[in-house]
Design a binder for this molecule. Structure first.
Ligand SMILES: [Cu+2]
Length: 470
């Protein structure tokens, strides 16, 4: 097979299933392979599992080989107890749909293993606890850790050996290495360009052919801060797609990045197994959906852990106009998201993501972007702002200071339309992560009207901009 199978949203991933039946047979096969591996080690290597497949106990003396399986964001066994002085060899097999590897703190490491591939690590004579993990971004934080515990060694029994790991474990995640105290009010660098918030008109045709390429892209994400984002077509947010109900979108999705990625369009309704599967670097897939319903729809990377992939730039919007949507003078798209700054030039900080502690909350990818590049609108003209909350974690309360919304469309329905005297007006469009909608308003006189996330802490850490009415 040339394709890589889908990953379930949670739980163990299956090796290369082509459909649901394949998924379940794949899971069963994986379980059988795991049992075979354990039986093999039990009979051949004198390894006991004590009824807990996550823990293997190796016989003392000589050379002992342990089969290690990489699947479903786990390393099995995750703890290997080795009597001190015993030589340990790891036979590592990846049975997962996505690529993994195994690195030890000794510096020994397998290559990146595709589905079904194996490699051997000769750990040598074990006389101290050794930590191991998968080096693919996010996988260690998601649970892909291994602890080789030396029984009878000086550090055994200290508790340091089990999955909590040696104290420095988290060091190779970016925890603590992230940029702190970014100057959110500072000036952008000389090469910075604002993200164009204008919603481009929907193409006349009802069939959209779109190429989406994910690549590692170094981007200025805040004043003085550059990060290597994983971008759709070079920017975060990725390109906004715009169409009408009934349009067909055919997406050619290509992975030109350094690790596996996938894509998930909320604007379509289909079985995710095939089109949302993770593809390896160098691969492409075709993802076709029909926009059967209007709305402000999120798209995002579908590869685990999604919190990291979204936080590192893999999100964007699909706008499907409700039928008979009137033209307006100014039509804009603002995608709300969070920044968890990693080391300079690095990727998003996984520990900050896990702690839900963003450094910045932003519209269209950059803190206070439209303070630096205010959005000009005409006095007395109608403005429509589409807002999508990409998250990965936080809600938004979109508000325009000095304005009232006479039209609110949220999650597929009008909550408010002008011309109905029974209605009042609206002050905030509230969106949970992945929700979207639009508001309309008219700015009554010349001036600078801030727009903010009225969750004030987030508004003050970058979810802020200006409309200038003149
Ligand atoms: Cu991704």
């Amino acid at each position: 097979m040339t394709t890589i199978g889908p990953q379930p949203a949670a739980g163990p991933a299956a090796p290369e299933p082509a459909d649901r039946a394949g998924l379940w047979s794949g899971l069963a096969l994986g379980a059988v392979m795991l049992v075979i591996a354990l039986v093999a080690t039990l009979t051949g290597g004198g390894v006991g599992t004590g009824g807990d497949e996550a823990r293997a106990v190796v016989a003392a003396g000589g050379t002992q080989t342990v089969e290690v399986t990489l699947v479903g964001m786990t390393i099995t066994p995750s703890v290997i107890e080795v009597p001190a002085g015993t030589r340990l060899v790891l036979q590592v097999t990846n049975t997962d749909a996505m690529r993994h590897d195994l690195a030890l703190e000794t510096g020994q490491q397998t290559p990146l293993l595709a589905t079904g591939e194996s490699a051997t690590i000769d750990v040598g004579v074990v006389d101290a606890t050794v930590a191991g993990w998968c080096t693919v971004p996010g996988h260690r934080a998601a649970g892909m850790t291994l602890s080789i515990v030396a029984l009878g060694a000086a550090d055994a029994g200290s508790g340091a050996g089990v999955s909590a790991g040696s104290g420095h474990d988290m060091g190779s995640m970016t925890a603590g290495a992230g940029v702190d105290g970014a100057d959110l009010q500072g000036d952008p660098g000389p090469d910075w360009r604002p993200y164009d918030p204008t919603l481009q008109p929907a193409p006349g045709a009802t069939e959209h052919e779109v190429t989406m390429t994910v690549a590692d892209t170094e981007v200025e994400v805040a004043p003085g801060v550059r990060q290597t984002l994983w971008t759709f077509n070079g920017t975060a947010p990725g390109p906004t797609l715009h169409g009408k109900v009934g349009d067909v979108f055919t997406i050619t999705f290509t992975n030109s990045a350094s690790m596996g990625h996938g894509i998930d369009f909320h604007a379509g309704s289909l079985a995710p197994d095939g089109p949302m599967r993770t593809i390896a670097p160098g691969e492409s897939l075709t993802y076709q959906f029909v926009a059967t319903n209007s709305g402000a729809w999120l798209y995002h990377c579908s590869t685990m852990p999604m919190a990291l992939h979204i936080a590192n730039g893999m999100f964007g919007a699909v706008i499907i106009d409700p039928p008979n949507l009137p033209a307006v003078d100014t039509e804009l798209v603002l995608v709300h998201s969070e920044l968890y700054l990693g080391a300079p030039g690095g990727t998003a900080d996984e520990a900050k993501i896990a702690a839900e502690q963003p450094d910045a909350v932003v519209f269209n990818g950059y803190p206070n972007q439209y303070d630096h590049a205010p959005i000009e609108v005409g006095v007395g003209t109608r403005v429509r702002v589409w807002v999508i909350d990409a998250g990965p974690q936080r809600a938004t309360a979109f508000h325009v200071v000095g304005a009232q919304f006479d039209t609110v469309f949220k999650e597929g329905a009008y909550l408010l339309r002008p011309g109905n005297a029974e209605h009042g007006a609206s002050q905030v469009l509230d969106l949970a992560p992945a929700q979207g909608g639009f508001v309309e308003f008219v700015l009554p006189e010349a001036g600078r009207y801030p727009f903010i996330d009225h969750a004030m802490v987030d508004g003050e850490r970058g979810a802020h901009g200006f409309f200038v009415a003149s």
